[in-house]
Design a protein. Structure first.
Length: 354
């Protein structure tokens, strides 16, 4: 019995030691596996998932796809980049600065879409603060060039443009059409009530004068949405020099500009039920010629979709955005500027004269 008890005790001791050895081996294997996994993970490049198309791939796209993203074609992009380079936007900077091509891409994407700065940061692989700084920097540079790309007619241009309007609507001595466009924005923190227009939303007004091709020849930006078009014209820089600029020529305008004060604007007669056949025909001609300014505003908002609803509350940035969009509208305008999304004409998105 004593021998059997000793044997049992020896077996128990053996199994306990065996269990400890196996447990120790398992722990060592687990530790080795953990270390191996860490080494493998550290050797794999970290992949950051981004929404949409990475910006660097834009330039490998075909013309149509490239345009749908940035609202300009490759040649126009290169031209804008070169213009900004000549203005010093490509000056020597720190190594971590965004280079010019990336700045232009980011800015055009911002203006052409409704993306937030967080989304821009993700897409263009920059910090949100850098994306915001980039947009403001490009805006400030573009605004210094507005007089170069939005300029009044030469005497020779007046002759050719008036001939184009005569062919378009049958009225002599017309060189442009004038109207106001409401740009929706968030309520400004100061005197916000002044920006509430008659349609019930907050807006800032762009007054534009365009030629027969819808190219902006004069703009006045910044009036609150509550202000009437007629009053905006009186306050504009154009009105101060209207006699000198018009030189005997006329503009086409809607009923908002019916006033003896605006003798240089041809407006439709109010329909009081007693219009003659001649008056009705003239109203139709005015409407036919004035459509170019409505189409210009429609194309502006369709191409640069940021203008459909500005989320900015800083009015200085809002004004720069609108001015830059008008400048790019002119800079990118071809002989026939037709929107592929709306071949029959871009809608104005509820910004009619109100």
């Amino acid at each position: 019995m004593a021998d059997r008890a000793a044997f049992v005790c020896l077996c128990e001791t053996f199994y306990r030691q065996r269990s400890r050895v196996l447990a120790q081996l398992n722990e060592e294997e687990e530790e080795e596996l953990r270390v191996r996994n860490l080494i493998v993970q550290s050797s794999i490049p970290r992949i950051i998932l981004k929404t949409g198309v990475e910006w660097g791939r834009l330039f490998d796209m075909d013309e149509r796809t490239f345009y749908r993203h940035l609202r300009v074609n490759h040649a126009q992009f290169d031209y804008i980049t070169e213009v900004l380079r000549q203005q010093g936007l490509d000056r020597e900077q720190e190594d971590n600065e965004i280079h010019l091509k990336q700045k232009v891409s980011l800015f055009l994407w911002y203006l052409a879409n409704q993306n937030s700065f967080r989304e821009l940061s993700d897409k263009f692989d920059v910090a949100q603060s850098s994306a915001h700084r980039c947009v403001v920097e490009v805006l400030q540079t573009l605004c210094t060039m507005v007089p170069t790309f939005i300029n009044w007619f030469t005497e020779c241009e007046k002759l050719s443009v008036s001939a184009a309007f005569r062919a378009m609507c049958g009225i002599e001595n017309i060189i442009g059409a004038i109207d106001g466009c409401h740009i929706k924005l968030q309520r400004p923190p100061i005197r916000g009530g002044d920006y509430l227009n008659r349609k019930g939303y907050y807006s800032i007004v762009l007054q534009g004068i365009v030629d027969s091709r819808g190219k902006f020849r004069d703009i006045f930006v910044g009036a609150p949405g509550r202000v009437h078009d007629s009053r905006i014209l009186r306050k504009s820089t154009f009105f101060e020099r209207s006699a000198e600029k018009m030189g005997g020529y006329m503009l086409l305008g809607d009923s908002a500009y019916i006033s003896r004060e605006y003798a240089f604007i041809t407006t439709p007669k109010r329909d009081n039920g007693a219009l003659t056949i001649h008056d009705q025909r003239q109203n139709t001609q005015i409407s036919r010629g004035r459509v170019v300014v409505e189409q210009a505003f429609g194309r502006l908002k369709c191409k640069w979709r940021r203008l459909r609803d500005l989320q900015n509350t800083r009015l200085d940035v809002v004004v720069m955005l609108i001015m830059s969009a008008c400048m790019l509208h002119n800079l990118c305008a071809g002989p026939i500027d037709i929107c592929e999304d709306h071949p029959a004409g871009c809608p104005r998105h509820e910004d009619e004269n109100i």
